[in-house]
Design a protein around this ligand. Structure first.
Ligand code: GDP
Length: 432
């Protein structure tokens, strides 16, 4: 099944106003397929989808998230459980050791990290301890020179542990030391043994496992073996610029519950970024809008929400209009708020009365700023002379003040109808 189809299903949820089991089952099936196509570990796919099924129906949806957004939020959280918080590396004296299979991008990543820390003002050096792949020495030396960081290596020396020992001695004036180690084509005892010995000598503050984004189903098992041997602190996923979606590497991180720290997305030394969870999952699922959703969630949880149920509790006043306008600034037009109403229900709302441009919103706020507390709480008292006073005070016209009052009355009657249960609220649908 193509990822496009997943989008179609998710779109379908967007159109439905509530979440039911059938809908969740349908979308979960497609998410399952998308994850497997992206190389997420099969066992994990099952765990993740079970959790999504459970949570989609039991979690209270955040106000103003539609069912689609609600499910995407859960998918996102489940996929990144334990691995998505990134890894904060303070700019202090430290040693980083890189491990991984041959060809995963260790040497390139060593140089990229060196540049990353050098660019942040740290005195940085690298140690070439990959004695398995002879070209690694020249490759790293050249890269170090081009970046302008310190380098230590011993061409011809086969004992990586000795190189690291001498390198650390030589480079003791440096703040940040990054050690490239040997890889193999597959995990084997020799490699593990050497890694463990280097780890003992180097005493690294951070041990990064470098994984190719294209690594498939075997990734989890490999990560576990590396983790068991030396204890991994962070994952670097390389070659994210290719076609691979990185699901195998994500599974590896999830397997050992270690954060993804960096993403390599090219062959140049600048092509290294801090892990961006939203970007990563967007790509994994083939959906481009996760970032926007997360920003929205952040916005609405941090700031006051437009909550019709809250408005329904008490008398609807101009103060509530004020709050609505504030909320609309954050969430989009009020028209969208009314899209939450079941389809086909005739709204009989004057179109113009609900049309709210940014400009009008600003004018309304200015007008309300010129009203007294009493007027805001009890707009009924606003007669002709008060309208004139408010217009003068706010630098607007009586016509505009009347327009605001008309808007208020329209909203008020809508709220009343909702309160009577004639316009049930099924959850807000915002323009997302
Ligand atoms: P090592 O054996 O683990 O040290 O791997 P290398 O650092 O030599 O990388 C193997 C190959 O992958 C080289 O050709 C690198 O240029 C390439 N490579 C490493 N990282 C990336 C990346 O993020 N994107 C792309 N496109 N290529 C990469």
């Amino acid at each position: 099944m193509a990822l496009d189809t997943l989008k179609d299903v998710v779109r379908k949820i967007a159109r439905s106003s509530s979440i039911d089991k059938h809908l969740v089952d349908e979308v979960v099936k497609d998410i399952q397929r998308a994850l497997i196509r992206a190389d997420v570990n099969v066992r994990q796919v099952k765990e993740i989808t079970d959790a999504i099924k459970k949570r989609a129906l039991s979690d209270e949806p955040l106000k103003s998230l539609n069912p689609r957004e609600h499910i995407i939020k859960i998918v996102y959280e489940e996929l990144l459980k334990g691995v998505g918080d990134g890894l904060e590396i303070p700019l202090e004296k430290a040693r980083i050791m890189l491990v991984g299979l041959q060809g995963s991008g260790k040497t390139t990543t060593t140089a990229k990290l060196a540049k990353y820390f050098k660019d942040r003002g740290m005195k940085t050096a690298v140690i070439a301890a990959d004695t398995w792949r002879p070209a690694a020495y020249d490759q790293l030396k050249q890269l170090a020179e081009s970046i302008g960081v310190g380098f230590y290596g011993e061409k011809g020396e086969k004992d990586a542990v000795k190189i690291v020992k001498r390198g650390l001695e030589e480079l003791k004036d440096y703040d940040m030391i990054i050690i490239d180690t040997a890889g193999r084509h597959a995990l084997e005892d020799e490699l593990i043994k050497e890694m463990v010995e280097i780890e003992k000598v180097a005493k690294p503050d951070y041990k990064f496992l470098v994984l190719d984004a294209a690594i498939g189903q075997l990734a989890s098992k490999q990560a576990q073996a590396f983790h068991d041997a030396i204890g991994i602190d962070g994952i670097v996923i390389t070659k994210f610029d290719g076609t691979a979606k990185g699901g195998g590497a994500l599974s590896a991180a999830r397997q050992i519950q270690i954060p993804i720290a960096f993403i390599g997305s090219g062959e140049r030394v600048d092509d290294l970024d801090r892990f961006d969870p939203a970007g990563f999952i967007s790509r994994l699922l083939g959906m481009g809008d996760i970032k926007a959703l997360l920003e929205k969630i952040e916005r609405i949880t941090q700031e006051e929400e437009l909550d019709p149920e809250k408005f329904l509790k008490g008398e609807f006043t101009l103060k509530d209009v004020y709050k609505q306008i504030e909320a609309m600034n954050k969430m989009g037009p009020i028209r969208k708020v009314f899209e939450m109403l079941p389809l086909g229900m005739s709204m009989k709302v004057d179109d113009d009365a609900l049309e709210m441009t940014q400009e009008k919103m600003k004018r309304f706020r200015v007008i309300m700023d010129s009203m007294t507390e009493e007027e805001l709480l009890n707009p009924k008292i606003i007669d002709g002379s008060r309208i004139r006073r408010i217009a003068i005070g706010s630098g607007t016209s009586p016509q505009e003040v009347k327009e605001l009052l008309k808007y208020y009355n329209t909203m008020k009657s809508l709220m009343k109808r909702m309160k009577k249960g004639r316009l049930p609220i099924k959850g807000l649908k915002m323009g997302f």
